[in-house]
Design a protein around this ligand. Structure first.
Ligand code: ADP
Length: 294
């Protein structure tokens, strides 16, 4: 399909398109220049003729999470006859690109733990706001692109988010079955079973991400078929992953394994697992990340 915007196009007389930087499942992402504020921004667009409209949800969640240090700044949103658009702060490379740029395709424990720590905090933040992300994966996290933000990790893409709380803050009742959402490689067993996803499913995806950062791949990396991957995950002894992770992750995995849809995860404990390992290993926030060493 043809791109919705081309370099040089100007949206609402204010955002001049530089180039396309991403084209995912539901939208296209462009780097653009804000002609008023004179800085670079990211512009996400979605065709109005697309059957699945997700940008509205994305805008709602992004607005709700403003002020959180791991969330892009909301700049503007709107629509014209061809597309809906969202303008937000521009970040740098995503974590999938950064991992692949490493010679061995893995991150050091220092990089993995510090990034993981920030990602966990961003997952807690979206859950605290009453939403599940439902597509936690490396390409949905990006590092800041300025000297002030280059050590900050940002959560992207709320197109699959879902509110799991009711108005009064109580957890919504689970549907008996729900369509699969997310990305096969990082999906929890629960998601493969088409069960209503809960907070623990975002954390399972996080766990798979950490394993991939440490090892360079997941056991089902070569499988294309969702059912086949689901089958492998169900039969896989997840304790095997602990061999490649710092010892504290046993507690992490044990906790995840116990969580049901209605349960509130013990974020404090999960975050402290990472914190303790970092302290023990003398890892400092100011240390260079792997991609800064090259
Ligand atoms: P989709 O929902 O279409 O998959 P995403 O929001 O996941 O779109 O974005 C796809 C890619 O575009 C991301 O992996 C990231 O590399 C890039 N991207 C998205 N938002 C930004 C942003 N604010 N700044 C920089 N890059 C971004």
């Amino acid at each position: 399909m043809a791109d919705l915007l081309l370099p040089g196009d100007v949206v609402r007389q204010r955002w001049k398109i530089d180039k396309k930087i991403g084209g995912g499942g539901f939208g296209e992402i462009y780097k653009a220049v804000d002609l008023v504020a004179k800085d670079a921004v990211a512009l996400k667009v979605e065709s109005v003729s697309q059957s699945k409209q997700v940008l509205k949800m994305e805008v709602a969640v992004l607005k709700k999470l403003q002020g959180c240090s791991h969330i892009c700044k909301f700049v503007s949103c709107g629509r014209n006859e061809n597309f809906n658009y969202l303008v937000m702060s521009l970040q740098g490379s995503n974590l999938a690109e950064l991992r692949r740029s490493q010679a061995k395709g893995i991150f050091s424990q220092s990089t993995m733990l510090r990034i993981g720590f920030q990602i966990l905090k961003s997952i807690k933040a979206i859950h605290d706001a009453g939403f599940l992300h439902r597509d936690i994966k490396p390409s949905n996290f990006a590092m800041g692109n300025t000297p002030e933000t280059s050590h900050n990790c940002y959560m992207l893409d709320f197109g699959l988010a879902r509110q799991f709380t009711k108005g009064n803050g109580e957890v919504r009742p689970a549907r008996s079955s729900a369509g699969f959402r997310g990305t096969v490689r990082y999906a929890s067993v629960n998601a493969h079973n088409n069960k209503e996803m809960g907070r623990q499913d975002d954390l399972w995806s996080f766990f798979y991400m950490m394993v991939e950062f440490a090892v360079g791949h997941l056991p089902w990396r070569k499988m294309k078929d969702k059912e086949q991957v689901g089958k492998m995950k169900k039969g896989y002894d997840h304790q095997q992953f602990l061999k490649s992770l710092p010892s504290g992750f046993r507690q992490f995995l044990d906790h995840l394994s116990l969580l049901k849809y209605e349960d509130k995860p013990d974020y404090k404990m999960l975050i402290s697992v990472l914190e303790k390992v970092m302290n023990k290993k003398g890892i400092k926030e100011s240390d260079p990340f792997d991609w800064e060493k090259m």
